[in-house]
Ligand binder design. Structure first.
Ligand SMILES: [Zn+2]
Length: 425
């Protein structure tokens, strides 16, 4: 369900999400959103029982003779990857780790990924798409969708599926499902699995690889093959299936990362536009230029997502969460020059494209030609009685640990491991 911009936005009485959330959510008669209701399941489900369900689900996929991998596990140098591999190894599986090279790599992310494959003694397969192709695809996605991240999302959601087909390893194991975690599009009881349709509609914003082919951007069919989903025949022949660990354990990204810091020395890092120092430390752009574009298109930033997550776990009050999210969402990106140099674009051209993607229901220009929000999504009115009835006890700790850099003398100011592309200047 996509948001109806014809109706004014209404806020959840508990968290900071609104009925204009791009994934779509609904409010119940108490004014509480579907995402908050699904989160409540984390307190009530029998997780021992769910764990047993997971164990019996994976059993047929174990290769008794050791002649192949048991499963494919998509990883990066951040984002719960350590926890996912740790869990998969605890289940006694032999995974093939696969990673799509986003190119916007930080050195912290490269170090984390190197540490991951060493600590877990696992094979890893990396896809680095021709950087010239990635630049063309990124220019096209920026023009058409206002996204610099389409190639990352397309690559990291399809490379594991391609590997499942190519190496005949049918089971793909992912971490959390965004539709379940954020907006309650699914309940844990649905045990939602990977689908091509969800990937197209939400991860890829409706634009499949073949849709990006065209003369305007000089992209031919062969160039988008690394981003193309395998055919239904190929998927059916291997019996490819993608499951999410978040259906079988009460997913708590902060707690999980802290366990990984203690156990495997996972490295955290400061972020431009969020207080979460764990999730996207591998990328220059995610919590920077990419998040700024999210703010332009949807009227809120990633800090809201992170604050909502912490609020639902009772580590922060609604008011503190709103204050924190507001402080981060107006911070200007710091890595824009680096991105513009990489893609070969002027700041003015970039701003022109960005303005084409401003949601007109959210933004208006004043007499000085400045953009202003028509709706402050963090301070929509909520009936006091509903807000107090929905309020959660907050007794936790929302502080994130900044681990010491393993290479403090190094100036991390260049994309790392990007392959050989044509210089833009
Ligand atoms: Zn809510």
């Amino acid at each position: 369900m996509t948001p109806d911009y014809g109706d004014p936005p209404r806020a959840c009485a508990r968290c900071l999400y609104t009925t204009w959330h791009p994934l779509g959510l609904v409010l119940d008669s108490d004014g509480v959103c579907s995402g908050c209701r699904v989160h409540e399941e984390k307190q009530t489900l029998d997780w021992n029982e769910r764990r047993k369900q997971l164990e019996s689900l994976i059993e047929p996929y174990r290769r008794q003779g050791g002649d192949n991998y048991d499963c494919i596990v998509p990883v990066t140098g951040a984002r719960d990857s350590f926890f996912i591999v740790h869990t998969v190894k605890t289940l006694g599986l032999n995974p093939l780790l696969v990673t799509y090279n986003k190119l916007y790599n930080t050195e912290v992310g490269v170090r984390n990924l190197a540490r991951l494959r060493t600590m877990f003694d696992s094979d890893i397969l990396t896809l680095t798409v021709n950087p010239d192709t990635v630049k063309k695809v990124t220019r096209a996605a920026l023009r058409r969708l206002g996204s610099i991240y389409w190639h990352c999302l397309a690559g990291q959601t399809v490379f594991p599926v391609q590997c499942a087909v190519r190496f005949e390893v049918p089971l793909v194991i992912w971490g959390a499902h965004q539709g379940l975690e954020q907006v309650g599009m699914f309940s844990h009881a649905h045990t939602v699995e990977m689908t091509r349709r969800y990937r197209k509609d939400h991860d890829l914003m409706g634009l499949e690889a073949e849709d990006i082919v065209g003369e305007f951007d000089h992209i031919d069919g062969g160039e988008v093959l690394p981003f193309a989903y395998p055919s239904y025949q190929e998927l059916g022949r291997i019996g490819v299936r993608g499951i999410y660990l978040g259906n079988f354990m009460p997913w708590d990204s902060k707690r999980q990362h802290e366990e990984m810091i203690a156990q495997y020395s996972y490295e955290s890092a400061g972020q431009t536009r969020t207080f979460d120092l764990y999730n996207d430390v591998d990328c220059f752009n995610y919590s920077d230029v990419h998040d700024y574009l999210k703010f332009v298109k949807h009227g809120y930033g990633k800090a809201t997502d992170h604050a909502v997550r912490e609020l639902r776990w009772g580590r922060v009050t609604r008011e503190e969460a709103a204050e924190t999210a507001r402080a981060y969402q107006s911070i200007a990106p710091k890595q824009l020059d680096l991105f513009l140099e990489w893609i070969g674009m002027t700041p003015r051209a970039f701003q022109w494209v960005v303005d084409q993607h401003r949601n007109p229901c959210l933004w208006e220009r004043d007499c000085k030609w400045q953009w202003n929000l028509k709706w402050d999504l963090l301070s929509l009115p909520v009936e006091a009685i509903q807000r107090e009835n929905a309020r959660l006890a907050s007794a936790g700790d929302m502080r994130f640990q900044l681990t010491p850099s393993k290479r403090p003398e190094y100036m991390d100011d260049r994309y790392i491991c990007i392959g050989k592309g044509t210089p833009c200047r």
